[in-house]
Design a protein. Structure first.
Length: 362
């Protein structure tokens, strides 16, 4: 195996601490060709699809990548912004704001963002952080609830990069923060702000991304962590049991996934005479295809067509100050013990320069 050439080392350069925010990913454009590349990478990940590779390769390349890209491209086109994919826009903004929040707190920390699938890739951003002098990197996935299909896949990408790196930096990983008080408060305040302007609904639906039910049976904690997030949010809002409902969305294929399913549940509510529902997606920290198209468009239409009168989608946390503050606190907790202060970096640089000159650090 050949290892990547290391960036030039500058004697006396301060060792830097860095954070890499990681999200799922997005195509580069709302076109069939861009979706084919993106879906090819995404659906080739065995963390995402646990089917024997030879069989899945035939299904993926023989059927799915021949038919799905054009349909998905149309969906992406319906939510695309002048600045690009909403998920890319929000993830980049969160990284910028996180660095600002940490800087105001006195932390001299590098912050970049990466996508597990698509651009910018995890490997390219880790290379960039090393080139900027990072010797300690915190990997912070933007998935509050741990799942092998998402969180562990991010870690896989980091491990693969490390396996090809000669001088591997210190690495730390954030597994989850599904019950973090700041995260729960940020969710609650977003709901309360919406209700302040629009009044409360008949039912609040908390829709999480789905995963195959088999993953729960095999020990994946995602189902339990989603339920805990929902319960804590309901408690924080002071809701009674009949005021809210947890559901799972984005089912793919014919296998049984975690239930209850979001759209069928909304249809049942519409038929049962529920006048207004508000839907929030706590597992998504930034708006994306699954929230803006699947929920705000498709689920809305399904509920209203079934007899519902009013449908409100409550946006993701995106760049809300409450969320960025919570994210900064989560980062600071996991940076514990690593030098992050400006003066610490200067001291390290001085010590290193002194040692190079032949002395001993004082």
């Amino acid at each position: 195996m050949s290892f990547h050439t290391e960036p030039p080392y500058i004697h006396g350069q301060a060792a830097r601490t860095a954070i890499l925010l990681c999200n799922l990913g997005t195509p580069d454009a709302p076109t069939a060709s861009a979706l084919r590349r993106y879906l090819g990478e995404f659906l080739s990940d065995q963390r995402v699809v646990e089917i024997p590779k030879p069989i899945w390769w035939l299904i993926l390349h023989g059927i799915i990548l021949r038919t799905r890209p054009a349909k998905s491209a149309a969906k992406y086109a319906s939510i695309w912004t002048p600045d690009g994919s909403p998920l890319a826009v929000w993830t980049a903004k969160q990284a910028t704001l996180l660095r600002g929040w940490l800087g105001e707190a006195g932390s001299n920390v590098l912050v970049r963002h990466a996508m597990r699938y698509g651009n910018p890739s995890i490997a390219s951003q880790l290379d960039a952080l090393k080139a900027e002098g990072a010797t300690r990197i915190l990997i912070l996935p933007l998935y509050p609830q741990y799942s092998a299909t998402t969180t562990a896949s991010v870690f896989d990408a980091v491990y693969r990069w490390a396996a090809r790196t000669r001088n591997v930096p210190e690495l730390r990983f954030v597994n989850h923060y599904h019950d973090d008080p700041g995260y729960i408060d940020a969710l609650a305040r977003s709901v309360q702000t919406h209700w302040k302007h629009n009044g409360p609904p008949d039912k609040l639906v908390m829709s999480f991304h789905g995963v195959p039910e088999r993953t729960l049976q095999l020990g994946d904690p995602y189902h339990c962590e989603s339920h805990k997030t929902a319960r804590l949010l309901a408690e924080r809002l002071g809701l009674h049991k009949d005021d809210w409902q947890l559901t799972f969305q984005s089912r793919f294929g014919k296998a049984k996934w975690l239930q209850p399913y979001t759209e069928p549940t909304l249809i049942e509510m519409g038929k049962a005479g529920v006048g207004r529902v508000d839907v929030i997606c706590p597992g998504f920290t930034g708006d994306c295809l699954e929230t803006l198209e699947e929920i705000s468009q498709e689920a809305r239409e399904a509920f209203l067509h079934a007899g519902g009168k009013e449908f409100h989608y409550i946006p993701c946390l995106n760049d809300s100050p409450d969320w960025i503050t919570a994210l900064s606190h989560i980062a600071q907790q996991h940076l514990g013990g690593w030098p992050v202060q400006v003066e610490d970096s200067i001291a390290l640089a001085g010590a290193r320069a002194h040692a190079v000159a032949g002395g001993a650090p004082r």
